[in-house]
Each structure stands twice: as C-alpha cells, then as structure tokens.
Design a protein around this ligand. Structure first.
Ligand code: SF4
Ligand code: SF4
Length: 510
C-alpha cells in the first residue's frame, strides 16, 4: 500500500443556479489573456445539452480517455505511441475552433471614428483570430437555460434514441439542471499519458495536474486524450493550458477561486487519502458499472488506525491527516456515498465528484400532477421515471440506473425527514432506515449539504514549505504504478520557483 493525499472537490448540483460567477471569476484570474479567450477552465453547462466544446462526451468521435484492449489491459483510446508519432503533424481527433467558438472583439473605433452621416454607427463583431468581421453563432454557454434546445439538445451524447426524441419534441416539459465543470485532476490522467514531451504532470503531494510551460511543445495530444476536453491550446503561445486547481491558493490553505466565489455555496474541497498501488487495477476494472465502486475502494478511511500509521510512515504531515479526517469530500463520497464521479467509464478516475440533482425528478413529479413534498410520490417517481434517471445514469454511473436511484432515494428520505423535523414533528426515521441512514447521520448530512459554514465546506491544509527540499529529492517517485510501458513523462524536473511540484505517471499504457 502506498498512501498519498489528494485534494478533491464535490459539487451539490441541486444548489447550482447557473449564475456563471465561478466561470467569470476563474476567467478573470487565469485566462483573461490573449490566446486563451476561448478557454474556460471552469464552465457551467446546461444539461441536457451538447456541452463545451460541442459533443465533447462523444468519445467515438474524439477518442478521449482509456479503454481496455482485447487482453483487458488499459490503453489510451487515442492510440499508443506509434499512432501518436504518426499523427504528430496531423491529428484528426481534435475539436476545431467551431466546436468551441470563434473569440470576438467589437469594432469600437467605428463608434467614435465613423464619418458623420445619416446612420448611427455600430460596433460590429470582429474575429480575434483573423481580424475580419464575423457572425456570432455559438459560445461557451450558448445553450444556457435550454436556449436552442429544440435544435441542439438532441445532439447530447447522453441522450440515446427515444430519450433524444422526447427531449427534442417536448423540451418545454423536460428537465434541466446546471453542470459546472473543470479539470478533474484525475487519478489516472489520460492527458499525462498522451503527452509526448513529458510536459504534463501530477503533483505527488496533492494530486494537482499541471502543464510545464517550458516543456510543452504544442503537440496537442493531451487535448485529444482528455475525455473532458479540459486542456486548451493557447493560440498565441501554441502551448497547452489547463485548470491549475488554483494551486497557489491551495498551498496557502485557501479554496479555489471558483469555490470561494460560488454563489450557491455548493462546492466542497477537502483531502482524500488513497492507495496509489491500486489505481491502475481500479481503472482496468472490466465492467464499466463496477468502476464507481473500484474508485471508491482506492480511497482510504482517514480514521482507520492502520491507514493513519501508514500515512505517517509515508511522510504525510499530521495536520494533513487531521484535515483528511475532517474532509467534507470524503464524507460525501465514501461515508454517505451520495457523490458520484462524472463519466466513470472514461477510466481516468476523476477527482471532482457530484451529488446528482433531485430537481429533475421533482420537476417530473410536479409536471405529472404529483406532490413534490410527498415522499411517497417522489419515491415512486424515482423508481418509475425513465427520464431523467437514464440521463443521470449516463452522466454519473456508466448507465447504472439503480445506483443513481439509490442516491436520489437517500436525498428524498433526507429531505422528508428534515422537513418534518423543521416543522416540529418527529421525523421520518423509517424512511431513513430504508435508505441506510440513522437520524444522527441525517442531521450530519443535512448540516453538510444545507447549512455548512465556510470552514466546513473547505478543509484545505496549507502546504509545508519546510518539506520542499525533501519533496524535491523525491521527485522521481511515482504515485501510481504503470502497467507496462511507462508514460512518456520524460524528465522529472521540478518547475523553477515552484519547488513542491512533482510528477507522476498514470496507471495505464501510454
Ligand atoms: S485527463 Fe483528467 S487530469 Fe487530464 S486534463 Fe483531462 S480532466 Fe484534467
Ligand atoms: S458560482 Fe456556483 S451557483 Fe453559480 S454557476 Fe458556478 S457553481 Fe453554479
């Protein structure tokens, strides 16, 4: 067992109001520069919808993430080294600017410099890329609030056949929810495995995935390999850029900017302890529907004395162990098991998890004339509704509707119990028992989901500067075993000025 610490995030989707504050504050902090106008390290999508870039979830087209070969070994869907070498100068599996959007500026000079005439001057949009006049036809949140759904939502890869038709033709009655997305800082990152220059790396101490700008040669294999399409190429520098998980803030014990500014207070940040030796095996789990459990099994109980002793022996500092025990993220993922990873079937073992929204089910109950506050109506709907259960399952459990239904039942029982308690009644302990919760656990979970204070939502221990030299000496240590040919991580140089940055190689074959 090799114990490592990882900073992770959970988002409670029922509380996201789609205000985009997180995206804007992230942009102002990290991508308010020439060359990355189209890059949204954090973006908020309306679901159902095709997402950003368009249809990024369709891995048959984009070849992102990992798959199993005929012998059950983990391999990149985008191909091995030979294929990457052959496609260095012509990679067809990359989204084009039309799949994102053409960044524009406006012809402001015309407003003040146009000659006097009968017409009122206007500021026409101009492409930032070509300087020529352009039409604005798409954007990072073009589908906000189901805008354009009759035309586009049927193209959502999570909607298959009948579901697509229903959403297309009955979009006014369909459900919607917001899905904030950022780099998943995966345990088994495909982007690192695909990088021919060894520019992408994962920090040993906290798992954050970064790009070494000095080493990046702009081959863009990371863009293809990332199934979440969360690596962007800066068109001014030609180098890859991605979400940094606000590592300077994390090192100072502060939450990421998107978390700090989240209006819905739906983001949670905390430490997870995991067994690096089990990552490759978990990612290679044969049945996609078992991947969720496999990933949960990689996580270690921070209160287990054996884990604590092993973590101490691995050099994880005492205050980090304390933070891991107080981690809201561990509670939501492993203790209460209500948080789920986005698209576990990509096999990257993502480390940003989601509490799935109950609101689509409540909307459906209301639309069918049922009582959204009656737990029996909601339970029946969770058991019966094909839409949106299948849709949520396609997002969070590799299509396993029972798993999603189990989480939604838990949320329903919790809601019903706490509603009764708030009204001064005894509460619905029988309902809680049916979903495996005690009254005490329900109180704790309710506190975490509904009223948790800042210091309960963000439990981020500061970095240990005094360990920087020791970490530098450990720079070749790899958190995850490779299962064959090592990833093309190249040298393991520590970035200048950031002495605590480390690399690792992922669990599969590069
Ligand atoms: S593969 Fe995972 S870690 Fe790498 S950029 Fe994509 S989401 Fe981030
Ligand atoms: S700031 Fe929070 S509530 Fe607003 S869109 Fe982002 S995640 Fe949702």
């Amino acid at each position: 067992m090799r114990i490592m610490a990882h900073v992770a995030m959970v988002m409670n989707l029922d509380k996201c109001i789609g205000c985009h504050t997180c995206s804007v504050t992230c942009k102002q902090t990290w991508t308010n520069r020439t060359g990355v106008e189209y890059a949204w390290f954090n973006n908020v999508e309306t679901k159902p919808g095709v997402g950003y870039p368009r249809r990024y979830e369709d891995q048959r087209q984009w070849k992102g993430g990992w798959t199993l070969d005929k012998r059950g070994r983990l391999v990149l869907r985008s191909g091995g080294r030979v294929k990457r070498l052959l496609s260095l100068f012509s990679n067809p599996d990359l989204p084009g600017i039309e799949d994102y959007y053409e960044p524009v500026t406006y012809d402001y000079d015309n407003l003040v410099g146009a000659p006097a005439g009968d017409d009122i001057p206007v500021a026409r949009p101009r492409s930032v890329l070509t300087g020529r006049p352009t039409a604005i036809t798409w954007g990072a949140n073009w589908e906000d609030g189901l805008g354009g759904a009759p035309e586009h939502a049927g193209g959502d890869p999570n909607l298959g056949g009948e579901l697509a038709e229903k959403v297309r033709f009955e979009f006014e009655q369909t459900f919607l929810f917001h899905l904030p997305r950022l780099c998943e800082h995966c345990l088994n990152p495909a982007c690192i495995a695909a990088c021919p220059s060894g520019a992408m790396y994962k920090r040993v101490e906290d798992g954050i995935v970064l790009v070494d700008q000095d080493r990046c040669r702009g081959w863009r294999m990371c863009v293809t390999a990332c199934p979440y399409k969360k690596v962007y190429v800066n068109h001014a520098t030609g180098k890859a850029e991605k979400c940094t998980f606000c590592f300077p803030r994390i090192e100072a014990g502060q939450p990421t900017v998107c978390s700090e500014t989240c209006v819905g207070r739906l983001r949670y940040l905390g430490l997870l302890l995991y067994d690096a030796d089990r990552v490759g095996q978990a990612a290679a789990t044969e049945d996609e529907k078992d991947l969720l459990d496999a990933q949960r099994d990689v996580l270690l109980d921070p209160s287990d004395p054996g884990v604590i002793a092993a973590a101490r022996a691995s050099g994880i500092p005492e205050d980090w162990l304390e933070a891991a025990r107080r981690s809201p993220v561990y509670a939501l993922i492993a203790t209460y098991r209500i948080a789920l990873p986005l698209h576990p079937e990509y096999r990257t073992l993502p480390m940003v998890w989601y509490v799935p929204p109950l609101s689509p089910v409540l909307d459906a109950v209301g639309a069918a004339g049922g009582d959204q506050d009656d737990p029996d109506h909601v339970f029946a709907a969770v058991a019966r509704l094909r839409i949106p259960l299948e849709y949520l399952a396609n997002l969070f459990t590799a299509g396993d509707t029972d798993l999603v239904a189990g989480v939604l039942m838990k949320l329903t029982a919790l809601r019903s119990h706490m509603r009764e308690r708030t009204l001064g009644e005894a509460g619905d302990e029988a309902g809680l028992e049916a979903v495996g919760l005690t009254a005490g656990e329900a109180e704790d979970l309710h506190r975490l989901l509904a009223v948790a204070k800042y210091e309960d939502r963000y439990v981020v221990p500061a970095a240990h500067k005094e360990d920087a030299a020791a970490l530098t000496a450990m720079e070749n240590r790899c958190p995850v075993e490779t299962s064959g040919e090592p990833a093309a991580a190249g040298g393991r140089r520590v970035m200048l000025g950031l002495p605590t940055l480390r690399r690792h190689t992922p669990g599969g074959r590069a």
